[in-house]
Design a protein around this ligand. Structure first.
Ligand code: NDP
Length: 450
């Protein structure tokens, strides 16, 4: 479908393929909403959403353990604040650049709107690679990064969290640096430790939320996760808790991966094996290969990043949950999943399926959920952490988990209802994009041309 808005995005951002991809996916699905609301076209609401309100880029200089000067690039993309303070994670990975962060910040606008909690969209990060760095170097880098980022964020202005390469350890160092510079204790980060402002269930929330969402999808067909064989990619935060929840609901997970390769464990990644995986990745920071060395009957296969498909997606299973990174399922992978009889593909990562892949899944009637809907449990629970910080109190594990479950059900039901209303029954992508868009568009319209 042709769109003048998409043409303009391509022209204005010629070197930003990830951002153009994310923009294209949204623009094509919200065109019917623009037709119904000519005022949004006149006010150029979508065009405005596609331009960051503010894009901050800065130098991060630090001394490594050898005393050598290291230079990285730091960023914060403050994309949209129409419905609340900017909110979105920080990513530390060598692949981080303006295109990747703009795509993530753009997606975040719609995701945050879907949660029903007042949060705008933002994202940040650095091309710093935490792999192979000492504890001291990680702390030094986080402090150097915060010496600049501190002046751009605040608990009512912009509240970062974790993402790839940023977990509890990094958030601790960044929060500490912020507190030291500002001389105040506020909920400026989410994903904080329990005991210093963090919320129970935040660590688990993205993975748990993903599986709650998938369970809701399966329920619409009178089915459930119980007894299902599942493929999960990644072995970080999202993957670990997706595996935990699948196990809890009676499913079986037979794969996990990292950037080097993947394991196939036909017997399933059971509770004990998952504990090994968590220790391997979170404490020892080792490679997934060690899982195959530790447990009998497990196959390890390296991933060739230049290959035209990933053999992990060519394994027979009922459900697939990509939880590693963007563009990990291309058209060929999607075709392999379809060929092997996959029933459901739920995105845990952000934009893990290419546009070609999404079209193949949807055209073949596979239940497919976009990350902005099915991985929204993480930011939703961050929203709950912010609320607890404002109130100065803590909810129990059960209270937060119940709220997470009901938020995921609401997002699920909203996507379905809006997809129906726009003549695309069962299309979660259209439902998520239009529902998120309308909420933010109405706020922007009310706030005038700013
Ligand atoms: P982690 O850093 O905890 O884990 C990332 C996992 O993905 C690791 O196993 C990593 O392998 C693998 N990975 C990263 N980059 C690549 C790559 N280029 N190719 C192959 N594998 C890769 O991150 P999270 O689990 O937090 O995030 C995973 C995804 O989920 C991201 O897309 C993120 O944006 C999204 N997300 C995260 C949320 C959260 O709350 N954490 C919320 C919503 C979405 P290795 O160990 O080799 O680096």
């Amino acid at each position: 479908m042709h769109s003048d808005i998409l043409d303009a995005v391509k022209q204005r951002n010629p070197n930003e393929p990830e951002f153009i991809q994310a923009a294209e996916e949204v623009i094509i699905s919200v065109l019917p909403a623009l037709d119904r609301h000519p005022e949004f076209r006149r006010l150029k609401i979508l065009e405005r959403m596609l331009e960051p309100e503010r894009l901050i880029s800065f130098r991060v200089t630090w001394l490594d353990d050898k005393g050598e000067v290291q230079i990285n690039r730091g960023y914060r993309v403050q994309m949209n604040s129409a419905i609340g303070p900017y909110k979105g994670g920080i990513r530390f990975h060598p692949s981080v650049n303006v295109s990747v962060l703009k795509f993530l910040a753009f997606e975040q606008i719609f995701k945050n709107a879907l949660t029903g909690i007042p949060m705008g969209g933002g994202k940040g990060g650095s091309d710093f690679d935490p792999k192979g760095k000492s504890e001291n170097e990680i702390m030094k880098f986080c402090q150097a990064f915060m010496s600049e980022l501190t002046r751009h964020i605040g608990h009512r202005l912009d509240v970062p969290a974790g993402d790839i390469g940023v977990g509890g350890r990094e958030i601790g160092y960044m929060f500490g640096a912020y507190k030291k510079i500002k001389n105040e204790f506020t909920g400026v980060f989410t994903g904080k430790g329990i005991g210093w402002g963090g919320s129970l269930i935040r660590t688990e929330a993205t993975g748990y939320g993903l599986i709650y969402f998938a369970e809701n999808m399966l329920h619409t067909k009178g089915d459930s996760i119980k007894g299902k064989t599942c493929l999960v990619s990644g072995s970080g935060n999202v993957a670990q808790y997706a595996i935990e929840k699948i196990n809890k609901l009676g499913g079986k997970v037979i794969t996990a991966s990292d950037s080097n390769g993947f394991i196939i464990d036909e017997a399933g990644i059971t509770k004990d094996k998952l504990e090994f995986l968590k220790d391997l990745k979170n404490n020892r920071r080792g490679r997934i290969k060690e899982y195959a060395e530790k447990f009998k009957g497990v196959v390890y296969q390296e991933i060739d990043p230049k290959a035209d498909h990933n053999p992990m997606w060519n394994i027979k299973a009922d459900c697939a949950f990509p939880c590693a990174t963007q563009n990990e399922i291309n058209g060929k992978d999607a075709a392999n999943l379809v060929k092997n009889g996959i029933k459901l593909v739920g995105e845990g990562a952000n934009m893990p399926v290419t546009i070609e892949g999404i079209n193949i899944l949807i055209d073949n009637g596979i239940m497919y959920s976009p990350g902005k809907a099915s991985n929204a449990g993480g930011v939703a629970t961050s929203g709950l952490e912010m609320t607890q910080n404002y109130m100065g109190s803590n909810w129990t594990r059960e209270e937060v988990d119940n709220k997470l479950q009901s938020i995921m059900k609401n997002i699920h039901d909203t996507c379905l209802a809006v997809a129906n209303e726009y003549g695309k029954p069962g299309n979660y992508l259209v439902g998520a994009n239009i529902a998120g868009f309308l909420k933010v568009a109405n706020a922007m319209k009310a706030q005038g041309v700013i």
